[in-house]
Design a protein around this ligand. Structure first.
Ligand code: TYC
Length: 101
Protein backbone atom coordinates (compact mmCIF):
# COMPACT_ATOMS: atom_id res chain seq x y z
CA UNK A 1 0.00 0.00 0.00
CA UNK A 2 1.27 3.52 -0.80
CA UNK A 3 0.58 4.96 2.66
CA UNK A 4 1.78 2.11 4.74
CA UNK A 5 3.97 3.35 7.54
CA UNK A 6 6.70 0.94 8.40
CA UNK A 7 7.74 1.19 12.00
CA UNK A 8 11.35 0.34 12.57
CA UNK A 9 11.99 -2.43 15.05
CA UNK A 10 13.36 -0.93 18.20
CA UNK A 11 12.97 -3.85 20.54
CA UNK A 12 16.01 -5.98 21.11
CA UNK A 13 15.48 -9.57 22.06
CA UNK A 14 17.86 -10.86 24.64
CA UNK A 15 18.93 -14.39 23.91
CA UNK A 16 20.50 -16.22 26.78
CA UNK A 17 23.08 -18.67 25.52
CA UNK A 18 22.53 -22.13 26.94
CA UNK A 19 25.63 -23.83 28.28
CA UNK A 20 26.71 -26.82 26.20
CA UNK A 21 25.56 -30.09 27.74
CA UNK A 22 27.76 -33.00 28.70
CA UNK A 23 26.75 -36.64 28.92
CA UNK A 24 27.70 -38.72 31.92
CA UNK A 25 28.44 -42.28 30.81
CA UNK A 26 28.56 -45.36 33.03
CA UNK A 27 31.05 -48.02 31.91
CA UNK A 28 30.67 -51.70 32.64
CA UNK A 29 33.35 -53.71 34.41
CA UNK A 30 33.58 -57.31 35.64
CA UNK A 31 34.10 -56.62 39.35
CA UNK A 32 31.78 -53.98 40.77
CA UNK A 33 28.72 -55.64 42.34
CA UNK A 34 25.44 -54.76 40.64
CA UNK A 35 23.87 -53.60 43.91
CA UNK A 36 26.75 -51.20 44.47
CA UNK A 37 26.29 -49.64 41.01
CA UNK A 38 22.59 -49.18 41.79
CA UNK A 39 23.43 -47.58 45.14
CA UNK A 40 25.81 -45.07 43.51
CA UNK A 41 23.30 -44.19 40.78
CA UNK A 42 20.66 -43.51 43.43
CA UNK A 43 22.98 -41.48 45.64
CA UNK A 44 24.81 -39.34 43.07
CA UNK A 45 22.30 -39.12 40.23
CA UNK A 46 19.13 -39.10 42.34
CA UNK A 47 17.58 -42.05 40.48
CA UNK A 48 14.85 -44.16 41.97
CA UNK A 49 15.52 -47.88 42.46
CA UNK A 50 13.81 -48.91 39.24
CA UNK A 51 15.57 -46.39 37.02
CA UNK A 52 18.95 -47.13 38.64
CA UNK A 53 18.51 -50.86 38.10
CA UNK A 54 17.61 -50.41 34.42
CA UNK A 55 20.56 -48.09 33.79
CA UNK A 56 22.94 -50.51 35.56
CA UNK A 57 21.65 -53.45 33.49
CA UNK A 58 22.00 -51.48 30.24
CA UNK A 59 25.68 -50.77 31.01
CA UNK A 60 26.13 -54.39 32.10
CA UNK A 61 24.72 -55.75 28.83
CA UNK A 62 25.97 -53.19 26.34
CA UNK A 63 29.24 -52.08 27.93
CA UNK A 64 28.18 -48.50 28.58
CA UNK A 65 25.11 -46.39 29.21
CA UNK A 66 24.49 -42.65 28.96
CA UNK A 67 22.91 -41.85 32.28
CA UNK A 68 22.23 -38.11 32.22
CA UNK A 69 23.16 -34.77 30.67
CA UNK A 70 24.23 -31.71 32.65
CA UNK A 71 26.22 -28.52 32.26
CA UNK A 72 29.92 -29.38 32.02
CA UNK A 73 30.96 -28.69 35.62
CA UNK A 74 28.00 -30.59 37.05
CA UNK A 75 28.64 -33.57 34.75
CA UNK A 76 32.32 -33.68 35.63
CA UNK A 77 31.74 -33.30 39.37
CA UNK A 78 29.12 -36.05 39.47
CA UNK A 79 31.21 -38.42 37.34
CA UNK A 80 34.19 -37.84 39.64
CA UNK A 81 32.13 -38.27 42.82
CA UNK A 82 30.54 -41.50 41.57
CA UNK A 83 33.87 -42.94 40.41
CA UNK A 84 35.40 -42.01 43.77
CA UNK A 85 32.69 -43.92 45.69
CA UNK A 86 33.70 -47.08 43.82
CA UNK A 87 37.39 -46.40 44.37
CA UNK A 88 36.84 -46.12 48.13
CA UNK A 89 35.51 -49.69 48.06
CA UNK A 90 38.30 -50.91 45.79
CA UNK A 91 36.02 -51.25 42.75
CA UNK A 92 36.99 -50.22 39.20
CA UNK A 93 33.58 -48.60 38.65
CA UNK A 94 34.02 -45.76 36.16
CA UNK A 95 31.97 -42.80 35.02
CA UNK A 96 33.13 -40.57 32.20
CA UNK A 97 31.81 -37.46 30.45
CA UNK A 98 31.65 -36.26 26.87
CA UNK A 99 30.06 -33.32 25.10
CA UNK A 100 26.61 -33.96 23.68
CA UNK A 101 26.83 -34.22 19.82
N1 TYC B 1 29.20 -56.23 35.37
C1 TYC B 1 29.12 -56.09 36.83
C2 TYC B 1 28.88 -57.47 37.44
O1 TYC B 1 28.54 -58.40 36.73
C3 TYC B 1 27.99 -55.14 37.26
C4 TYC B 1 28.15 -53.81 36.66
C5 TYC B 1 27.12 -53.23 35.91
C6 TYC B 1 29.32 -53.07 36.82
C7 TYC B 1 27.25 -51.98 35.33
C8 TYC B 1 29.48 -51.81 36.26
O2 TYC B 1 28.55 -50.05 34.95
C9 TYC B 1 28.43 -51.27 35.51
N2 TYC B 1 29.07 -57.59 38.73
Amino acid sequence: MANTVVKPRTQTKTKTARPPLYKVILLNDDYTPREFVVLVLKAVFRMNADHAYRVMMTAHRRGACVIAVYARDVAETKAKEATELGKQKGYPLFFTTEPEQ
